[in-house]
Design a protein around this ligand. Structure first.
Ligand SMILES: [Zn+2]
Length: 276
């Protein structure tokens, strides 16, 4: 679950730790993760010796801007992470790429689902890479207004759950944050996006911002460990998560049990009593 808040938390952490560091050595265990390059040595050559100048986020992708006009694009996939380690730390089974730095320390790219990707391009090519253009609204960086939000909801005319998990509407909410946003707004995920009152639209709009900013403040919903396992969702470390993964627990608002269901095949946790 590397969703929008998690990627923003990774970006902030890396910005603090990595800017100014120069890449000393690069190890790549699988070809697939650097498949855009001719081969592994081509990727290693492009990254070795480069200094990290800044780290930006485009939707759920990260771009590490490097010296000499280069950029390292990091697409984390569904469960990926970038983890700071000491230089001698051994790479785990799910760590396909390790970079060490001339001043010590290392960066491990963890990719349990094997669907992440890294590549080095010229920095001026980045704006032309279609996969890096967020298709939807990025509420953490853009000023998105509720009238525009309202218009999109009306036009889409689909169950709210499906609208919220659609990256072409709002980027990177996924099953977890869409459920949290619905709970926070008191709306059922089955409701049609076109059938909301203006008051309900405002509630939903506020909930998107509140849930995302709180998630970033809390460091995301998942712990940044290489051993992170999607089946072992750690609710203890995620107290700000109110419904997702909490089937049978008491709703934080009305104390009724939280239900688990599905909206057109998408996992959905909700309180049937206070989400209408
Ligand atoms: Zn409730």
């Amino acid at each position: 679950m590397t969703e929008l808040p998690e990627v923003e938390v990774i970006r902030k952490t890396l910005e603090r730790d990595l800017v100014g560091k120069r890449v000393k050595d690069v190890t790549v265990k699988t070809t697939a993760v650097v498949a855009r390059h001719r081969n592994r040595p081509a990727f290693i050559k492009a990254l070795t010796g480069r200094r990290i100048e800044s780290i930006v986020r485009l939707g759920t992708s990260l771009v590490l801007e490097l010296d000499e006009g280069a950029a390292l694009v990091v697409r984390l996939g569904t469960q990926g992470n970038l983890v700071r380690e000491i230089a001698t730390a051994e790479a785990g089974k799910t760590t396909p790429v390790v970079a060490t730095f001339t001043t010590g320390g290392a960066l491990h790219m963890v990719d349990p689902a094997k669907d992440g990707e890294l590549y080095v391009v010229a920095r001026d090519e980045v704006p032309n890479l279609p996969e890096l253009v967020p298709g939807g609204i990025d509420p953490l960086t853009e000023t998105f207004t509720w009238p525009a939000f309202s218009q999109q909801l009306r036009e889409r005319d689909a169950p709210l759950k499906l609208v919220l998990i659609d990256d072409t509407f709002v980027v990177g909410l996924g099953d977890l944050y869409s459920d949290e946003i619905l709970w926070a707004s008191g709306l059922s995920g089955q409701r049609s996006s076109a059938g909301l009152s203006s008051q309900e639209v405002r509630r939903l709009y506020r909930a998107v911002l509140e849930v995302l900013f709180e998630a970033v403040k809390q460091g995301g919903a998942t712990e940044a460990t290489p051993e992170f396992d999607d089946d072992d969702f750690d609710t203890e470390s995620s107290e700000f998560i109110k419904v997702y993964g909490r089937e049978g627990e008491a709703c934080g608002r009305c104390r009724q049990p939280i239900h688990r269901g599905a909206v057109e095949g998408h996992d959905s946790y909700f309180c049937a009593n206070c989400q209408t």
